[in-house]
Design a protein around this ligand. Sequence first.
Ligand code: 5GP
Length: 203
Amino acid sequence: MSAEKGLLVVVSGPAGSGKGTVLPKVMAAGGFRFSVSATTRAPRPGEADGVNYHYLTREAFEARIAAGDMLEYTTYCGNYYGTPKKEAEAVLATGCNLLLEIEVEGAANVKKAYPDALLIMLLPPSFAVEEARLRGRGTESEEKIKARLAQARHEVEQAPLYDYIVYNRDGEADRAAEDILAIVRAERLRTVRNPDAVQNYFA
Ligand code: 5GP
């Protein structure tokens, strides 16, 4: 086999990028595990502890940081978000790709700690669509929506730091998911990721 190690795949999508539609399609293709992040934000209706996030108090989150349990973490719109380290490393050791859906600062920190990580930015169809979607969700106050939109614009500006940009054009979520799968498939075959590939292949 040419590729034994799982790839650490980081996908950042500003609010409204449609990552909630695109990433389940990527997961459905198989070969990926999704990293369940920890957060101090409250669950939204329909979200479940251990499925969407591990919901922690600030004290519990800070204790996990102090214990070195977070592969990366950040504060986003007033709440902590982080990737539990043990779970992530266990998945990668199985050879499965690990998908982290995290914001830009966390992505940059992952790249520093794991230079092999693959960074993909998913772009929304437009900011107008994004704003309408956030309001339609009806779960956030006006002030929070404004903060999220400002954050989204900031995140889009970071796109050049990513290895790949995937465009989630209106009504083309399938295409965006296929693009992510194509990127990961090609990356797993890169010579530099598999220095012993030829020898192993003919062994
Ligand atoms: P939301 O509150 O909408 O679920 O997530 C807000 C932002 O936090 C999103 O951009 C999401 O990608 C990011 N996020 C979720 N989990 C993590 C994490 O573990 N680490 C970091 N750095 N960002 C995260």
